[in-house]
Write a protein that binds this ligand. Sequence first.
Ligand SMILES: Nc1nc2c(c(=O)[nH]1)N[C@H]1C(S)=C(S)[C@@H](COP(=O)(O)O)O[C@H]1N2
Ligand SMILES: [Mo]
Length: 358
Amino acid sequence: MTDASQKFFSGKIVREESPLNLEMPFSTLDDFLTPTESFYVRTHFPIPKIDRDAWWLRVEGEVEKPFAINYEELIGLPSVAVPVTLECAGNSRNFLEPKVKGVQWRLGAVGTVEWTGVPLSALLHRAAVKASGCEVILEGSDCGMLDEPKSPPGESTFARSIPLSKARTDVLLAYKMNGVDLPPQHGFPLRAVVPGWYAMASVKWLQRVVVTDRPFNGYYQTIDYAYWRRRGEIAERTPLTELLVKAQIARPAEGETVPTTSSVRVHGAAWTSGGEITKVELSTDGGASWNETKLIDNPVPSAWRRWEFQWRTPSQPGKQILIARATDSQGRTQPVQHDPDRGTYMINHILPIEVEVR
Ligand SMILES: Nc1nc2c(c(=O)[nH]1)N[C@H]1C(S)=C(S)[C@@H](COP(=O)(O)O)O[C@H]1N2
Ligand SMILES: [Mo]
């Protein structure tokens, strides 16, 4: 909801000041790549101040040759640069009814950046993972106390795990964002980028990579950032992982006024994981009828595709509900309602945007 009392910080909506949570106004979506200044910021603790000359990344656990690597050596390793879309698992939470606890994101806890870094597989190879290796824990150096009753007492760090197979496939340890050193709020000096997964997996301010011989059950993948998966009558706590298919409308934005009997460009972006976006449809009548939109970007694995549609607006003034709906190459599309087993995460049901025709 746009609100005149809304606070802004360098062009982003302030959702929380401490810890710092900033949202991109999604109506400013323009290019395929999101400018770094516009990219949303999600933190749980104060942003750690890290001196890169005193910083080390340790690689340990179920490995034959544990080691530590410093910044200079790391950036000297062969690197890759790839565009990857990151979406916070709680993006669009403010659309849930009734209202729920958590950062009240609308559409802007998502963005696409070109990340430069070293494939995690290269470091795992150097450490020589033992046959017992099962998962890889990524640990950040930010820490603090949580005021949740179910959190571990005292201070704890932000940590998350990925299966060894995923770690060896496409996970990047990134030190640049759009060609420039990571800013402090985005994980300086080094962060993980886990393509195709909700962004809680892309651990910032990395200090340790730990190979484990069993599934990790940390706070951020059991109590938080998890959902209920059903096995018949039994509900099982399951970590959030892959992004669900979703389309969002950038313009017109919620509450925007458009002229009657005219041609208005409706545009936005859509993303998925484990496939590519093959279709984005738009309804301009609250879901009664659907039009196929034009996909703008070429498909790139793990990045969004922008889309657009020329809308002939009605001759009669009044409110209109716009809804976008994406379909991917696996035939998956967006549900009409949010599944309560997902709690306040994985919000990919179709989202109504009300505009005024005048
Ligand atoms: N160390 C650390 N990593 C973290 C977080 C954090 O609080 N601490 N937040 C996670 C969450 S929930 C999201 S959505 C992304 C946000 O990345 P960004 O701030 O660069 O947009 O970082 C993830 N990595
Ligand atoms: Mo997030």
